[in-house]
Design a protein around this ligand. Structure first.
Ligand code: GRF
Length: 200
């Protein structure tokens, strides 16, 4: 199963996926292509280190979102990409793009969705005072962070936590969960029934 990983920054989840692939822990998935919306993304280094093909698609080079997503779609189709993995990709994809690739795009989000979608998650988690947070891998649909949930991991919020300390503990779980989900998808072990996703 050919996958594309889309990033915009640090790329630690990309690194975790590449490491899992190297260790033969990614099932039938092969990281075929990496796309960064940011030419200066630190994560592009990992593409180099692992000898992977990477493409920079900078929104600045496109007149609008429609043009950008058109280009993205054509790259996916030209390369026969079967799964698109958003790993810290900071662009919201158009409705037509996500509809076209229905149940073929997954995203990792550092909260227990549907709680705390969007940005500044850990700040809001601490402000609200919830006792548990975590991470979610979900299919991407037209609602931001609102698609069917595939898997989640829970992390306890500690009294002394800062947004950074909480983010760091959640990130450790992200790096395990995302490759695991990719593996399951590549082995056809995921069944989607409306919003309910069964992982075998
Ligand atoms: C992660 O926390 C992920 O959950 C969120 O963006 C962050 C990306 O980090 N969507 P990295 O670029 O993978 O290090």
């Amino acid at each position: 199963m050919k996958i594309a990983v889309l990033i915009s920054g640090r790329g630690s989840n990309l690194q975790a996926i590449l490491k899992a692939e190297n260790e033969k822990k990614l099932g039938n998935a092969e990281v075929f292509l990496i796309i960064s919306s940011n030419p200066n993304a630190a994560g592009l280094e990992f593409a180099k280190n692992y000898n992977k093909y990477a493409v920079v698609l900078d929104p600045k080079d496109y007149a609008n979102k429609t043009e950008y997503d058109k280009k993205l779609k054509s790259i996916m189709l030209e390369n026969d990409i079967e799964l698109i993995v958003l790993a810290g990709f900071m662009k919201v994809l158009s409705h037509s793009f996500v509809d076209y690739f229905k149940n073929k795009i997954i995203n990792i989000h550092p909260s227990l969705l549907p709680a705390f979608p969007g940005l500044n998650i850990h700040e809001r988690v601490l402000e609200y005072g919830v006792k548990y947070s975590g991470c979610t891998v979900h299919f991407v649909n037209a609602d931001v962070d609102g698609g069917p949930i595939i898997a989640q991991r829970v992390v306890e919020v500690l009294d002394g936590d800062s947004p950074d300390s909480l983010a760091a503990r959640i990130l450790i779980k992200e790096h395990i969960l995302l490759p695991e989900v990719i593996k399951k998808i590549s082995e056809n072990k995921i069944i989607v029934n409306q919003r309910r996703v069964k992982v075998n």
